[in-house]
Design a protein around this ligand. Structure first.
Ligand code: FAD
Length: 420
């Protein structure tokens, strides 16, 4: 069905020459509003998170007329992308395809940062100790092959380089210097603003597929009762995908509560900021397990690995952090960054983490409607890819490019039943 749809899209666009022209338009139009391509369908992107906001922008840059609609607005507090920061790194064990995507994403984040004229990415590096030897071996082989810089550092070397951390239980750790931190909510808002400046429409509303004929939808039905005519729809709805499409998404994505805490840096003290300190990933199943993201003028973020197993509805779930998980965050601070002991928790976030059954993204057409796409299943690692995912999805739905490896990996057919 996807093949047929792609062929149909290419035919509608007037063959590969038109596809090349669209790609060139996208490159040339990074700053000004591109003209609307006459042969392109009107596209509605439902969901303004990491998948939807970047995809809407990239589609607009390729000349499509695009509406971006979200129940609560871009960067809202309920979306998985709505936290303050997220981590970006290329380390994916032996999963080469994601490492390659992350490398493209690094480049795109820096390009978008220049274009948007606001700081969105910080290459403060990521330190990863406590890895299984076989994982490290696979990781280093891939980094060597792809010429990605890294260092292996002992606990003593870590202590010399970053004395504000504590490394008693670390023999050796991998340091990825190009990795680091991206602004989360702010970049979604920025991408949506630039999308609007380039001629896109941003709308508040809750949408679902509306009328259909011949295996294609003709409009979207909004909760307000309004109908929104559309030639194509992309549902990039994160943890809401099982709510929208229970018949075929219910077992594919689990939704769990996840809590993170921001510990305040002491006044005027930059030792825990991104300029001075890398992010740390301390694995699971041990004392002080979890990860930290250094302070980007909001607090030192601690995400304990405990407490992520409670199911959560993204609409009705309360966002008040628990003392239970807070205790684990404070234990992390005591073990890993003792200089922050006694500093206040200045903010906390409760997110719904949506995980696909096998950890891979889900990008495919709807089983019944050829002009409806599903994009999500971020599984704790999709934020960093946002600017790259947007390019990929825009090219794919317009029939410009459809790499076989991604197509198979992200297909609905490759997913089974989500973890209970
Ligand atoms: C605690 C935590 C830490 C993470 N850390 C990282 C990390 O370090 N690095 C990384 O790369 N990734 C990380 N992730 C994963 C990443 O944040 C997510 O994969 C990504 O943000 C998901 O984006 P999304 O667009 O799929 O969903 P969302 O951001 O949830 O966006 C979906 C949007 O769809 C809208 N919507 C839903 N239904 C409808 C409807 N019917 N009509 C209109 N709008 C609708 C919602 O309002 C929402 O705004 C982490 C996730 C969590 C929870």
């Amino acid at each position: 069905m996807v093949d047929m749809d792609r062929r149909a899209a290419l035919t509608a666009l007037g063959t590969a020459a038109a596809a090349t022209a669209i790609a060139q338009t996208a490159q040339a139009a990074t700053r000004k509003a591109p003209t609307i391509g006459r042969n392109l369908p009107d596209i509605t992107v439902v969901g303004a998170g990491a998948f939807g906001a970047w995809t809407a922008l990239c589609l607009r840059e390729r000349g499509a007329k695009v509406t971006l609609i979200d129940s609560y607005g871009p960067g809202n507090a309920r979306q998985t992308s709505g936290d303050e920061t997220r981590q970006i790194r290329a380390a994916y064990g032996d999963r080469e395809i994601y490492t390659r995507w992350a490398m493209k994403a690094f480049t795109r984040w820096h390009e978008r940062q220049d274009e948007f004229k606001r700081r969105l990415i910080y290459a403060n590096g990521v330190v990863t100790p406590h890895q299984k030897p076989e994982s490290v071996k696979a990781q280093l082989a891939l980094f060597d092959k792809l010429k990605i810089p890294y260092e292996m550092l002992t606990g003593d070397e870590l202590a010399k380089r970053w004395p504000q951390g504590r490394y008693d239980d670390i023999d050796v750790a991998m340091f990825e210097p190009r990795a680091g931190t991206v602004k989360a909510r702010e970049s979604i808002i920025a991408a949506s603003e630039v999308f609007r400046q380039k001629g896109g429409t941003v709308k508040l509303g809750m949408a679902k597929p509306g009328a259909s004929t011949g295996g294609r939808i003709t409009d979207l039905a909004l909760a307000s009762g309004e109908r929104l005519s559309t030639g194509m729809a992309i549902f990039a709805c994160g943890p809401w995908l099982p709510t929208l499409f229970p018949t075929f998404m219910d077992g594919f994505i689990s939704r769990r509560r996840n809590e993170v805490f921001y510990i305040g840096s002491p006044p005027g003290d930059d030792r825990y900021h991104v300029e001075r300190f890398p992010n740390m990933y301390h694995g699971d199943g041990m004392a002080g397990a979890g990860y930290s993201l250094s302070d980007v003028d909001y607090g030192f973020k601690v995400a304990p690995s405990a407490g992520a197993s409670i199911p959560m509805d993204p609409d009705s779930g309360e966002r008040i952090a628990s003392n239970f998980v807070l205790d684990y965050a404070l234990e992390f601070v005591k073990m890993r960054v003792p200089g922050l002991v006694g500093q206040p928790v200045v903010a906390s976030r409760v997110c719904t983490i949506e995980s696909s059954d096998n950890g891979h993204y889900i990008i495919d057409t709807h089983p019944e409607f050829q002009n409806v796409w599903i994009a999500g299943g971020g599984s704790g690692h999709a934020f960093k890819m946002g600017p790259q995912t947007g390019e990929y999805l825009a090219d794919r739905v317009l029939g410009i490019a459809d790499p076989a490896e991604e197509k198979a990996l992200f297909s609905l057919a490759s997913h089974g039943r989500a973890r209970p």
